[in-house]
Design a protein around this ligand. Sequence first.
Ligand code: GDR
Length: 332
Amino acid sequence: MKNKTALITGITGQDGAYLSQLLLSKGYRVIGVTRDTSDFRLKNLSYLGISDKISYHKVNLLDLSNIIRIISKEKPDEIYHLAAQSSVGLSFEQPIGTLEFNIISTANLLEAVRIINPEIRFYNSSSSEMYGKVRREDLPVTERSVLHPVSPYSISKASAHWITINYREAYRLYSVCGILFNHESCLRGENFVTKKILNTAIKIKQGIATELKLGNLEIRRDWGYAPEFVKAMWLMLQQETPDDYIICSGESNSLNEFVSKVFEKLELDKEKYVKTDTLLHRPVELEVIYGDNSKAKNKLNWNYNINFDKLISLLVNDEQAYIEWVNKSKNF
Ligand code: GDR
């Protein structure tokens, strides 16, 4: 049987890098779509040692004709749409750009699949942020929970989510949504809170940084380990019938607990180094959210068993190795 071809948008991000690694290990030909192919952008793929195993295309996902040419040329069996303006915080500064990119890129890709080859399987990255304002009595969130998005980012994601479902229902495409909760690793972008905490805490330990400034420490999230989450993305495209799944750890912990555990593991005095600043608060905040992953575990046989303590331990160790690699590496 011929090896499959996967096209990944947002290949240079955290999820793009780990998903590429997984698909290459399964014998896939991996085509990477990105807005920029500079060495710096390929840092995550270089870290995993796979940057030269992928073919790249510079593509503007807001341009349907550009997408049609790439899909016609590369003939993928599967498309994983991971590219997005993915920062909730930034979406309050750039609402129109966030809405435009996250919604139109998804619609363009689905339209291209429908025009070129409706047999191509399509994965959309939906987000737990879409549930937004959830009543405490309605937690944990399931696939049936009501969407009440509270940021431009989550509104864009809710829209892309429904566009993906609509193409499945209206045109019978195999198009699915993975509704991922926060998932972390050393390849996370620096504007996300866990990366900021891990990176700064290690630098404090090394004497390079002197304080860690954070916003609201009371929020609670369901944090998971990104390399395990990408396995669920692949599983979702291997099923007999297309469907949507929540991917999460199922645990809820406060940001305060996250910081405490990281500082404890590094044997640092949290009270001495951590400061809070209301300027880092968001206009509307999602206070508490966690999900129910039983559908993914039962139907996809997704095997996730990393509890909060294990997660912190993995993240601290991974970040230490990553910082060491960056220091040694000439290009970055
Ligand atoms: P989130 O991730 O918005 O949940 O979206 P982020 O790590 O940015 O924020 C998590 C929570 O921490 C609070 N917070 C801070 N956040 C940042 N970035 N910086 C700070 O200094 C800080 N202090 C406190 C935030 O207010 C927030 O409550 C992530 C992204 O990956 C999305 O793309 C994805 O869809 C969701 O997770 C699921």
